[in-house]
Design a binder for this molecule. Sequence first.
Ligand SMILES: *Cc1c(COP(=O)(O)O)cnc(C)c1O
Length: 399
Amino acid sequence: MGVLINIDINDFRDINPGERVLMGPGPSNVPARVLQAMSAPCIGHLDPYFLSVMDETQRLLRFLFQTENPFTIPVSGTGSAGMETCFVNLIEPGEEVVVCINGIFGTRMADIVRRLGGQLIRVDGEWGRAIDPEAVRKAVKGRSPKLLAVVHAETSTGVCQPLEDIAIIAREVGALFLVDMVTSLGGMELAVDSLGIDAAYSGTQKCISCPPGLAPISFSSGAMKALEGRNSPVVSWYLDMSMVQSYWGTERKYHHTAPINMIYALREALRIIAEEGLETRFARHQLNHKALVVGIEAMGLAMLVPESERLPMLNAICIPENVEDMKVRKALLNEFGIEIGGGLGNLKGKIWRVGLMGHSCCRKNVFLFLSALETVLKAEGANIKDGYLEAASAVYMET
Ligand SMILES: *Cc1c(COP(=O)(O)O)cnc(C)c1O
């Protein structure tokens, strides 16, 4: 035997991250029930008990997506794996693909299309604003793209993209309609079937409040037909849904070992959502968002996105002049245990991204964040107006 590499076991302590208030762009706080479900015994991925857990998880996912699509499953991987799954299965080299881009995640979609050899048709919009459907109409004029892709909740800017008009355009040109619902699913109204969406993907760690690690997806019959009718094999072996389908469907054919305990967690997180009810959950996100914005504006700070285009679960706040982004975020984390996000790309140093996602979306967190932010900003010498807590309180009192 050769020389072994040694380690000192004393270098490795128990994992003990401490408590955080997760108010960034994800992950959100995970309910204890979900963590508890994860710690149930790991059993075989073809064990009859696990197969029933899979079936229930699919039923719960169809409820959350508001779809009857048989092929609705959690992909093994984070939200980005869900994104890649949709593109890699639904487009072939040389095919035209329209991607709407007004933030980081639209940019990422375009990158994937390029890597797959698709013919990219970009529809660019201002970061911090929704994309005008007329721009999409212009881009597809005289063309017949295979797929039209849009991000419903652009987490990099806090913009909500209305889907109805773009869905109509996709139908008119005969394109599959693909929607990124990573941040919006579980936090606002979204119905895959009634919107005519062909492919949707999400992630578990945003408004579903489950740890990161799975990407729920749903394919319509049109998307399944496109997959079956491919001329070339899906270039990713792992993400080839024609094979994964044989495991999640009735055949139960081994493809890869399902992440058993992650699926327990997702099932529990979905059960919590179903217990609360979708309408109640969406109203809760709207209410806490409204109180946060009223409080922020009463402080004298401004929101990046115009009111009619704002997401409830991701609030982009403009950083006041002469305030140092990192210093404030560090103080929030170190002194209050609150995590928020900074800006990405062109918005780096210009905005804070404050999440109110799933389990993190509550009145307690709104008040904690507002008062912690005041304390930190005042220490930085910023000019903060009084009365913001009363203003936020009034929003709850009205309801
Ligand atoms: C977070 C996010 C993703 C990527 O998800 P990961 O879990 O980080 O891989 C994709 N799209 C949007 C809109 C997101 O917010």
